[in-house]
Design a protein around this ligand. Structure first.
Ligand code: AHM
Ligand code: MG
Length: 332
């Protein structure tokens, strides 16, 4: 931790990974390479996102991209970019993506890691030029090296994550990740093509005055959630909701607040996916001093045991005391 804080100004992600490699669970350099691969795909996706509006303009003039292909949807493009980077990097034997029903085998059967990823989250915001993000979670495989990855590699539970994080494509592009030794954030300098360490030791404020949820679902929320939100309003807290999980979560991580995706009548397990949304964000928030819970009586998100790939879970995450207060609400 001390080393992390002492990083000089101008530290690139590359240098940071090298300096902190000894903190990694197995410290052989493979996890470092995996993080580099994710960062590389993040840069490419960031570029695609920045050009998205322009491609529309070009399209309006009858142009196609250089390969003469029709423009693909950005979430499909992001899925291809991340899988390609993880395949070429060699360290991941398999990827589970929100965009795919089944495991994608990379062919790197000697790879020691598996990656669960939502390549581009916030689908409703993609077409309207509002912040979106990538969320990723990394496990060391439990299946034997040399053989294809199995379902069990991805269903180990949140506590077995060796690294997790997200990339936010916002007013700047940022990469935030943890390997279980605190959380560090990097801001992308596009003209240099580098992520620079901008947030060396991210800690979420213990409390805050922001609540983030889709209030359109008010009538479907359980009573304890409505009571909690009423309290927030009595205190004159601010409601802030982009509808992109990474953006809402990142804001609350920086300034303090709570993000809620409660169960609803339509989605009794909430909407968010456990393996590539809730687990990684729970790991990061706990490493930043915050909390991530599935609801009163349901326990820590990190303790949940998944039974299938695209499983959902309710999520209440953010500043410790705000989540604590929510869990203390009367549920009968
Ligand atoms: P997606 O995976 O289809 O993009 O959906 C996930 C998104 C999250 O980014 C966001 O927090 C949530 O869905 C918003 O849902 P809602 O529109 O119900 O508020
Ligand atoms: Mg998603």
């Amino acid at each position: 931790l001390e080393d992390t804080i002492a990083q000089p100004v101008g530290t690139t992600l590359e240098r940071y990974i090298m300096r902190t490699q000894s903190e990694f669970p197995y410290a052989t350099g493979e996890l470092s390479q995996l993080l580099r691969d994710i960062a590389l795909a993040g840069k490419i996706v960031s570029r695609e996102i920045n050009r998205a509006g322009l491609a529309e303009v070009a399209g309006a003039f009858g142009q196609q991209n250089v390969q003469g292909e029709q423009q693909q949807k950005l979430d499909v493009v992001a899925n291809i970019r991340f899988i390609r980077a993880l395949t070429n990097g060699g360290q991941a034997c398999a990827v589970l993506s929100e965009e795919e029903d089944e495991i994608v085998h990379t062919g790197n059967v000697q790879g020691k890691y598996v990656v669960a990823i939502d390549p581009l989250d916030g689908s409703s915001n993609i077409d309207v030029n509002v912040s979106i993000g990538t969320i990723f979670s990394i496990y060391r495989r439990v299946s034997p090296y040399g053989a294809p990855a199995t379902e069990a590699d991805f269903l180990q539970g949140g506590r077995r994550q060796v690294a997790a994080g997200y990339i936010l494509y916002g007013s700047s592009t940022m990469l935030v990740y943890t390997t279980g030794h605190g959380v560090a954030g990097f801001t992308y300098e596009s003209s240099l093509g580098e992520f620079f360490l901008s947030h060396p030791r991210m800690l979420i404020p213990e409390t805050g005055s922001i609540f983030s949820c889709n209030e359109g679902n008010w009538h479907d929320y359980p009573e304890y959630v409505r009571d909690y939100l009423s309290r927030c309003k009595e205190r004159r807290c601010s409601g802030r909701y982009v509808g992109s999980l990474v953006a809402d979560y990142h804001r609350n991580l920086l300034v303090g607040g709570i993000y809620l995706y409660p169960p609803t009548q339509k989605n009794p397990d909430g909407k968010l996916r456990l393996l590539y949304e809730s687990f990684p964000l729970a790991f990061v928030i706990e490493q930043a001093g915050g909390r991530a819970e599935a609801g009163p009586g349901l326990g820590r998100v990190m303790d949940l045991m998944p039974t299938h790939f695209h499983q959902r879970t309710p999520l209440f995450t953010g500043s410790y005391s705000l989540v604590d207060e929510l869990l203390g609400m009367e549920t009968t």
